[in-house]
Design a protein around this ligand. Sequence first.
Ligand code: PMT
Length: 398
Amino acid sequence: MFNNLNVALYVSGSIAAYKSLTLARDLIKQGANVRVIMTNSAQLFVTPLAFQTLTKNKVFTDISEEPDEKEITHINIAKWSDISLIAPATANFISKIANGIADDAASTTLLATSGKKVLVPAMNDNMWNNPATIRNINTLKNDGIIIFSPTKGYLAEGYSGKGRMIEPELIIEKMESKLSNNHLLEGKRVIVTAGGTRESIDPVRYISNNSSGKMGYAIADAAINAGADVTLISAPSKLNANYKARLISVNSSADMENAIKDNFYQSDILIMAAAVSDYKPVSYSDQKIKKNDDNLVIKLSRTNDILKEIAKIKSDQFVVGFAAETQNLIENAKSKLQHKNLDMLVANDVSGDKVGFNSDNNKVYFIDNNGIISQTGIESKQKISNDLIKLISERIDK
Ligand code: PMT
């Protein structure tokens, strides 16, 4: 479930902070991207440098420190994170977030975060049993925050009591069972397409585009995390597919169409993130075309529009297309939604250089037949994939 998941790890001031180094390392081992936010008192127990060394990311400790004047760090982290993990959470830090206090880097970033939050307390047993802490924990539970209660064990005070933070291994195990995108697509068979198809001109040349496969591979990860059985039909890409996906590698748009048709009847959802060639050479030369002094004219013909072909055989499958546009984004996207008989469309403006083809980010509108559902800012393809899976799960028959 952690593959490519963005985890914001909040560390507050408890002796258990040393365990969060192991936690960060283990999350990374499982494929998560980890960024750490520390309170001032946490830094008395463990240094930011230790976390930075493990995560390869700068640790956020000071709300006034903005290295890039175009960015607002706490908002960036809030938007970036798929999950916020607060471990260890002290009684003081719990009290702050239960009451919406934002007076340092950690509490301010958390207050700006709308995504899932998991809180792992660590404190003295009397603090844990204090009515104020009990009130705060109940408030956080009502706010939808998942709490992994402390365990009984040997405390730093030198005696045994309930207040000890649970071990990193157990935190990860519990996160897996509680959060694996909440089994949103449990039992669903999902086809995801990715990458840019290649239309061969001769044995060594082809027509293609700049699609890297990042968007489709991230969707495959997100669908797997949501419990789906995923077939990833990929045009050439340098990426490694999730080992849980059934990978079908294809080259041309015709190969992709055949692979989709072979699997479509047995599937519940098709997500077409691939950049499929619209044209292919009319003829293929068996031998490498020799150059001469004249211009070379290659005549192109239209490829099949795969989504239009799929629309002809579609029964109750939920079909999602993408629209990559450089102008009139919404207008063109809505027209594609209709013409291709789609249930949902992800429209992305690929005119900027920070988004779209071969970028780590996209900026999209989610559209269905009722109009625009929602829009994102510039977000990681992982985040967009998680949002997409959630929206699909809300629209399919369970
Ligand atoms: O792979 P990345 O580097 O991460 O880049 C991601 C992306 C920009 C490729 C992706 O986000 C994206 O927008 N994919 C769709 C690109 C595209 O081909 O858009 P389109 O507007 O030309 O096509 C609309 C839809 O029809 C798409 O779902 C496409 O898969 C499908 N199509 C297109 C042509 C064709 N012959 N048959 C199709 O089914």
